[in-house]
Design a protein around this ligand. Structure first.
Ligand code: XMP
Length: 514
């Protein structure tokens, strides 16, 4: 069955992934493509609708990103947003000019609720504007269907050709009724059924993997993180024991994490696959002995991980496929999906092994956003604690121990971190913060315990709120929770006699404490 698809044509705007998110929230599959994509290629995707995104340029400038006007005569509904709206007007004979005043922020507009895009929307509604240029006159055939005090054409429609232009950004939450407008476009105007659901995705993906892999063999590096776990389960459901998962336990995981992963994927778990757990603790500790520089530690852990994985792969012999847990934001950020070529700032442990004999890479989650990956994981029966797991860096506790990493220090940070997570969860704060953990500082100070003088380590607790992990704020954890965790840590974890709370945001700090 052909999947209903809406195509987002990316003109370099900052909210483009959000547009795709909103469309998918309507139960419609959505892909982002560069504005350079040829109309023929777009047509071949048989989209039910096309959305032109915002972007930083002026459409009348020579060399500004454009699209083939043929796009508007394919008979496919088009919604232009901000730059996309101006471009549509410009190409179809309207006028776009520099506004004498930039319109920025939450602006009230008056809409014509007879227009299908605004069905069920309040006649006066607040939306998010961010533009220097404005549409002075709409193109022939278009009717104005929204205005603001500074914007004579806040929205325009050509209901016959099913072309729509909005100057504001319906995809951002500041546009109070933006989701409804996008739903109106996707469901009413494009006529999508909205039946793209995660159970359907899982079924389709499993069938596709089966067909692709046939009787071949696949190999997956399992880290215990959300993406590699869901990718592994999807593969396991499709090809069973033709899949081998190698889980490298580098001894830098959180308390009991290695056993948790084994409980799910190992022989006692419910999935039918070959599971190999490699206990490589000693090798990693040996390599890290005497190393204090954080970048050097990261490099050593990353390289050693690949080496261990390669050794295991060699024992298995040639495989047909190597499974990667790449997800959609990785695809878009690496410039493959749309226009924005953001360089990924982090590498997951693993990278791509050079000495593994495989024919092709298979990426079963390549089209999904993170929360969709989680939904698929739940659908496939993965335990909630694994699916909802907070981010954990590939190099693990290696970057949460300042200074030299030793087995004793790993134990200290594991214990303190487990207590901190337990207290946060017990107080219900696990739902309010996005990441929280303990790190072991390299500071030793004098303390007193009973009648004895101590000279022990200080633990730092961290908890942050963030939407994208690019910036973050230190969470205002209630004092009672901090006090309880502090008292438990100093009492229950040997060689810790002090606890600090990190009040720094990002910037100037980072989320991790390394
Ligand atoms: P920073 O410390 O750079 O971290 O503010 C931002 C987010 O990225 C996570 N992080 C990593 N994730 N591999 C990963 O998969 C890594 O090497 C890595 N380093 C940091 C960090 O936990 C936070 O969520």
């Amino acid at each position: 069955m052909k999947r209903e698809t809406v195509v987002v044509l990316d003109f370099g705007g900052q909210y483009n992934q959000l547009i795709a998110r909103r469309v998918r929230e309507c139960g419609v599959y959505c892909e982002i493509h560069s504005y350079r994509t040829e109309p023929e290629k777009i047509k071949a995707l048989q989209p039910k609708g096309i959305i032109l995104t915002g972007g930083p340029n002026s459409c009348y400038d020579p060399g500004a990103p454009s699209c083939d006007p043929a796009l508007f005569s394919l008979g496919i509904p088009v919604l232009g947003i901000c730059y996309g709206a101006q471009l549509m007007m410009n190409l179809l004979g309207g006028t776009v000019e520099r506004a004498c005043m930039r319109e920025y922020g939450r602006i009230e507009i008056a809409v014509d609720t007879e227009c299908e895009l605004f069905a069920g929307v309040s006649p006066r509604t607040v939306c998010w504007m961010s533009h220097n240029d404005y549409i002075r006159t709409p193109a022939p055939g278009f009717q104005i269907c929204a205005v603001s005090s500074h914007c004579p054409v806040a929205a325009a429609e050509d209901s016959e050709r099913r072309l729509y232009a909005v100057q504001f950004h319906p995809e951002v939450l500041h546009t109070a009724e933006g989701s409804r407008m996008i739903a109106n476009f996707v469901l009413r105007i494009c006529g999508c059924a909205g039946d793209w659901k995660m159970d359907a995705f899982a079924r389709e993906a499993i069938a596709q993997i089966r067909e692709k892999v046939g009787s071949g063999k696949a190999l997956c590096a399992l880290s215990g993180g959300v993406d590699s776990s869901v990718a592994a389960v999807l593969m396991a459901r499709a090809i069973g024991t033709q899949l081998t998962c190698v889980f490298v336990d580098h001894g830098l995981l959180r308390k009991d994490e290695g056993d948790d992963v084994e409980a799910v994927f190992g022989p006692a778990g419910e999935y039918d696959l070959n599971f190999i757990r490699v206990d490589a603790k000693d090798r990693f500790y040996e390599k890290l002995r005497g190393v204090t520089d954080p970048e050097k530690k990261r490099r050593i852990i990353g390289e050693e991980f690949i080496r261990v994985f390669e050794e295991e792969a060699k024992k298995i012999g040639a495989v047909d496929y190597l499974v990667q847990g790449t997800i959609y934001p990785d695809v878009v950020e690496s410039g493959m999906g749309g226009e924005s070529a953001v360089i990924k700032s982090h590498h997951n442990v693993g990278g791509l092994p050079a000495n593994v004999d495989f024919r092709e890479i298979i990426e079963p989650l390549r089209t999904l956003f993170k929360d969709e990956v989680r939904a698929v994981g739940m659908e496939l029966g993965l335990p909630r604690h694994l699916v909802m797991r907070q981010p954990f860096p590939g190099p693990g506790l290696g970057v949460r121990i300042l200074g030299e990493v030793t087995p004793e220090k790993v134990h200290m940070v594991q214990e303190a971190d487990a207590i901190w997570r337990e207290e946060i969860a017990r107080a219900g704060w696990d739902e309010k913060v996005n990441q929280y953990f303990a790190a072991l500082t390299d500071i030793r100070t004098v303390g007193v315990m009973g009648d004895e003088r101590t000279y022990d380590y200080a633990i730092a607790l961290r908890a942050v709120t963030t939407s994208d992990f690019m910036t973050a704020e230190s969470a205002q954890i209630p004092w009672e929770i901090l006090q309880k965790a502090t008292s438990r840590i100093v009492n229950e974890v040997p060689h810790i006699n002090r606890v600090f709370y990190d009040c720094t945001g990002k910037p100037p700090a980072t989320v991790e404490l390394e």
